[in-house]
Ligand binder design. Structure first.
Ligand code: DGJ
Length: 734
């Protein structure tokens, strides 16, 4: 029998979740308050010596129901705090009852240990393939007076440094309750000296997921999205870091939210420098009503601990997201090298033009052609036709099927673009169903890119879109779909909901989108689905559950991509991150970089092209053929190998990272110097993750090196000349 992952000590009330890497310990304290004891590197045994120290703190009252002044919820580390019972730190929940009171005081009620990991109905989540892979502890708290229950779920995987957490609220009060805030996870850490810094991934459209690190000071720091999507602006991920933690050493704790809508991460450093971290659906514009007997399940948070810096944390996320969050036939398959016509033609294409691009693509060895925006309704610009998922009559001489057959006839796969959650005022769908548009009746809705959101919380809206998409998928042979979303949510109001339930609109939208994704991706499981939201505006673990890859950014500039791809790799696997070679001058920045530089950078992701292939010179064609052959050789390594960051583009003029396969018999190193330097420094980089005594051959030069030589002595950067220089070094075990 395999070793148990959860130890319960009834006399002391201690729950210890453990595997070979990590331990998570919680304890039922005096007065049945559920306290947090520890999360971090594995400990073999807990001797119950770290109970919270009692001390009278001025203006921090007693735990309600007992007289001891030294025992206060205001400073006690807890697993889930209560609002209104003398814990003045940020509350994990606010729940209103019919009398208007939002006071509660959650105490330990009961627990269960269940084998495996329960699915979270209607929500994306990490999963297991065999029951033995994980165990789940469910601790139930109950309000002191009212029959409001919280089930706190903790799943520990046997072979991963991760605990998955979520919360379920159950209403047994006999009346109604309204949830106004509910965290998926609370983590109270007693010693803030252990985690002094926080790393987040802020950005903007075409500048997604830049790395930001800052020191935590007293007060509350918030990272959030209020845009109805996980957003370009603040990714749904943060990590706590020790002061000296870096890519290779030190303690790091990552928190990744498996959700694609509004999120909020709150970190409070309290009066005695303890930390409280809360992660959950953003309480902004949120409420959820539960009648007697109803329950609300939050999305989950993936909590990862690393004692070897950021790289180890990232590797844990990469493996988990790739293997146990992403699903479907394409999860473990190498992804095709594609060419997308967006930056080649935008809306202005004909069958002839597409066929010319496809002819070139076939000659070059490209494996898939993707027809982007503009093939449907009467779409000639971004002003119309969203919601009309039928062919633009006359735009393609032989129709969509004609293009698909042409592409297949050339031996390529065929992919198509959709933006299913949107409606244009100028559309047939709007003429027939103006009420499908999300808005408050009588109030002019705010437009963005001339488009509006559909109220995806409504079943009839989803069904309409699903039927339209299915009729295309059933009549045209399609191998790939790009699922786009090109604006943020506004006018969050649903005509399907009563006035007091309007706060449910944004989350119901997300649940509706998830349902639609589940239906389509399971019915058309042969299709490779790619997420997109004006580039990387919904690049999150929730979407990854349905789509194993996502367009990282509309910014295809090779230099800007260094930061975007580096930042993205902190939390997401390379197999999730698509990267294309586009034309120069680059359409987003106007910068000119060489085809080599563009290729080298894009080959560090799921690779493709996005330029007019018919305009290439003969030399460029030769170079592209070489890029394709090279990428095909390293593709399993790049998409499924271990990724290691070596030098950050956020810290200087250089960057470096590498990929190593599981057997450590092959590696690819990427090196770049951004701007040319007179009297250049001798930049050098030490590799990592190799087998010390293995001899590796540089496949380009034939030179051989021992693994420990490359890792300890390192290598010089090439003597680069000029701006935007890159190099890929492909190493193989001799
Ligand atoms: C935004 C995407 O990120 C682009 O790649 C492209 O598909 C456009 N939308 C099309 O409207």
């Amino acid at each position: 029998m395999s070793k148990s992952l959860i130890t319960v000590e009834k006399e002391t009330g201690v729950f210890h979740l453990h595997n070979n890497e990590i331990s998570y310990i919680l304890q039922v304290e005096d007065e049945n308050v559920l306290s947090h004891i520890y999360f971090g590197k594995r400990i073999s045994r807990y001797s119950n010596h770290k109970q919270y120290l009692r001390r009278d703190r001025g203006f921090s009252g007693n735990v309600p129901g007992q007289a001891l002044r030294e025992y206060s919820k205001d400073t006690l580390p807890q697993e889930f705090s209560s609002h209104g019972s003398m814990d003045y730190r940020i509350p994990a929940s606010i729940i209103k009852r019919e009398n208007g009171s939002n006071l509660h005081d959650f105490r330990y009620d009961s627990y269960q240990v269940v084998a495996g990991k329960p699915a979270l109905e209607g929500l994306p989540a990490a999963y297991i393939e065999a029951e033995d892979e994980a165990s789940t502890l469910i601790v139930t708290l109950k309000d002191r007076d009212q029959a409001i229950y919280l089930d706190l779920l903790y799943t520990i995987y046997r072979d991963r440094g991760v605990v998955a957490r979520s919360t379920k609220v159950r209403n047994e009060t006999g009346g109604k309750i309204s949830i106004e805030k509910i965290a998926s996870m609370q983590l109270d850490l007693t010693n803030s000296g252990r985690f002094t810094d926080v790393l987040s991934l802020p950005g903007a459209h075409v500048r997604e997921r830049h790395v930001a690190r800052e020191t935590l000071t007293n007060g509350t720091k918030v990272f959030e999205s209020r845009r109805g999507a996980s957003s370009h602006h603040m990714n749904s991920f943060v990590a706590l870091m020790g002061q000296d933690a870096n890519e290779f050493s030190g303690e790091v704790m990552g928190m990744q939210f498996v959700y694609s809508g509004n999120h909020r991460f709150e970190i409070e450093k309290d009066q005695i420098d303890q930390l409280r971290v809360l992660v959950g659906i953003n309480p902004y514009n949120f409420s959820w009503e539960l009648t007697q007997g109803e329950a609300f399940q939050t999305p989950e948070v993936l909590l990862v601990y690393s004692d070897q810096g950021l790289n180890k944390m990232s590797d844990t996320y990469h493996c988990l997201l790739r293997e146990r969050v992403a699903r479907g036939e394409h999860r473990d398959q190498e992804r095709p090298i594609l060419v997308n016509n967006w930056e080649a033609t935008y809306f202005d294409f004909t069958s002839k033009k597409i066929e010319q691009i496809v002819d070139e693509a076939a000659d070059l060895g490209i494996e898939m052609f993707v027809l982007d925006d503009g093939w449907f309704g009467a779409r000639t610009s971004d002003n119309s036709s969203l919601g009309d998922w039928f062919e633009f009559e006359g735009k393609l001489a032989n129709g969509l099927k004609g293009i698909a057959d042409y592409v297949h006839g050339k031996g390529l796969k065929f992919g198509l673009w959709f933006e299913p959650e949107m409606i244009s005022i100028d559309s047939k769908l709007y003429q027939e169903h103006p009420d499908y548009l999300m808005q408050e009746p009588g109030r002019t809705p705010s437009s963005s890119r001339d488009q509006h959101l559909l109220d995806m919380g409504r079943k009839e809206v989803r069904e309409n879109i699903q039927q339209q998409i299915e009729s295309i998928l059933d009549s045209v042979p399609i191998d790939y779909i790009k699922w786009d979303m090109n604006r943020s949510m506004s006018d969050a109001y649903s005509i399907a909901l009563a006035p007091e339930n309007q706060g449910e609109t944004a989350h119901r939208y997300m649940l509706g989108v998830y349902e639609l994704l589940e239906n389509l991706t399971t019915k058309y499981s042969n299709i490779l689905w790619e997420g997109c939201s004006g580039g990387g505006g919904r690049f999150d673990a929730g979407f990854l559950h349905y789509m194993p890859q996502s367009w990282a950014s509309d910014n295809t500039d090779a230099v800007e991509r260094l930061k975007i791809q580096y930042g993205t790799s902190i939390a997401y696997p390379i197999s999730n991150s698509t990267a294309h070679v586009s034309a120069v001058p680059n359409h987003q920045t106007g910068r000119v970089t060489s085809l080599k530089t563009r290729g080298d950078v894009a080959m560090c992701g799921v690779f493709g092209y996005e330029l007019d292939l018919t305009l290439l010179s003969e030399e460029e064609k030769v170079e592209i053929k070489e890029q394709i052959t090279f990428y095909q050789a390293v593709r399993p390594l790049v998409q499924f190998g271990t990724f290691i960051r070596l030098a950050s583009p956020f810290e200087g003029n250089t960057a470096a990272w590498m990929f190593v396969d599981e057997a450590k018999s092959e590696a690819m190193v990427f090196i770049t110097r951004v701007l040319g330097e007179a009297q250049p420094l001798f930049h050098e980089v030490r590799l990592a993750g190799l087998e010390p005594e293995t001899i590796y051959t540089d496949m380009e030069t034939g030179e051989t090196y021992a693994g420990d030589e490359l890792m300890n002595l390192g290598v010089y950067f090439p003597d680069f000349y000029g701006d935007f220089q890159t190099k890929l070094i492909h190493l193989k075990k001799q």
